[in-house]
Design a protein around this ligand. Structure first.
Ligand code: UT7
Length: 332
């Protein structure tokens, strides 16, 4: 195949969230917490949670269908499906293969990518390379998470934060000069111990950290991740802008990973950007990991907040620990 094109961007975007809303007041009945503490310390008021019997891939499929419709592209035209997820339904088949089947995207290759909350930026980076080289033309990048399924609902340190959701983008050739201008991704595995969710292997130390019977729930040292997050969001934003030779003043809006309003505000302060320039929806959805950035993008796009030619930055951080940022000149 050869569709070589220098400009690659987002042709269509979609998202899907569970209907079930879990409020801070609901959580007050489950653990020793309060609406006041959660709102003040995280900015979260409510989040969306899947029913026990519904798989995460259900959301990813819905988001992908909406993105395809938005792009005006048929599932059969998709060359590759990349699902960024840290909560796949199965280790095998991958979430991407499940979604490929649900969509009937019979031509598409499919693989999952796990860089936790940074997954969508990693996925965009991979898609950009495949399309720029001419190897593929249309790629679905989906951030799809069912964190409720690895949450310890008795651990107030984590259960007030994480939730479920999916966001998807159809990535493909766009008008010259528009689309993904640059991406930057990084990782520091030495810091990985700060957020863990064991799978096929588990240490005694991992077991000791978890009070629940299920020793494979997510555990986090919130304070350590908090400090890392504020620092790395500033670093990744500055680095990707410098590499692209554009400035913060040239940006319409920044889409940060939505983990905690205090992290977002802290990073914005370090960057010296006003809050109006920073997209937030953490109050409604909590932390939905790799889905957080595409869900935000979809909301902003559908609300008409993005105009063709706007420069935007996507910036994420998360488990691994990982980080990444992308500069996009909006092409829709
Ligand atoms: O997506 C990437 C992964 N995650 C993140 O980015 C999250 C990063 N971290 C955070 O957002 C914050 O560190 C948290 C929200 C997790 C915690 O906020 P904090 O302001 O750093 O609180 P803390 O951990 O310093 O805890 C302060 C107090 C503690 O009580 P003591 O020891 O001072 O008596 C906690 O036990 O708040 C207590 N606490 C709670 N109290 C009521 C912790 N969680 C809760 C809770 N409700 N849900």
């Amino acid at each position: 195949m050869n569709f070589q094109n220098n400009s690659v961007g987002i042709l269509g975007i979609g998202s899907a969230l569970p209907e079930k809303v879990l409020t801070n007041f609901d959580l007050e009945k489950m653990v020793d917490t309060s609406d006041e503490w959660i709102t003040k310390r995280t900015g979260i008021s409510e989040r969306r949670i899947l029913d026990e019997n519904t798989p995460g891939s259900h959301l990813g499929t819905k988001a992908a269908k909406r993105a395809l419709e938005d792009a005006g592209i048929a599932a059969e035209e998709i060359d590759l499906i990349i699902v960024a997820t840290e909560t796949p339904d199965y280790l095998t088949p991958s979430m991407s293969c499940i979604i490929q089947s649900n969509l009937g995207a019979s031509k598409a290759a499919a693989f999952d990518l796990n860089s936790a909350c940074t997954g969508f930026v990693y996925g965009l980076t991979v898609a950009n390379q495949f399309i720029k080289t001419g190897f593929y033309k249309y790629i679905l990048v989906i951030g799809c998470e069912a964190l409720s399924k690895v949450t310890d609902w008795k651990d107030r340190n984590t259960c007030v934060l994480f939730a479920d959701g999916a966001g998807a983008a159809v990535v493909g050739p766009v008008e010259e000069g528009y689309g993904i201008l640059n991406t930057y991704i990084g990782a520091d595995g030495n810091l990985g111990k700060n957020i863990t969710a064991p799978c096929c292997f588990i240490t005694d130390e991992d077991k000791a950290k978890r009070e629940s019977e299920n020793k494979r729930v997510l555990w986090m040292d919130g304070g350590e991740v908090f400090k890392f997050a504020v620092r790395i969001m500033e670093h990744a934003t500055v680095k990707v802008l410098e590499d692209t030779k554009i400035t913060l003043d040239d940006l319409k809006i920044i889409f940060p990973h939505q983990a905690n309003i205090r992290i977002i505000d802290g990073a914005a302060k370090r960057l010296g950007v006003s809050q109006e320039k920073v997209f937030t929806n953490v109050h409604k959805y909590g932390n939905i990991s790799s889905a957080s950035i595409p869900v935000g993008l979809d909301e902003a796009d559908k609300a008409g907040s993005l105009k063709k030619g706007d420069n935007i930055v996507l910036v994420g951080f998360g488990g691994g620990l990982t980080w990444g940022a992308a500069v996009i000149k909006w092409s829709k």
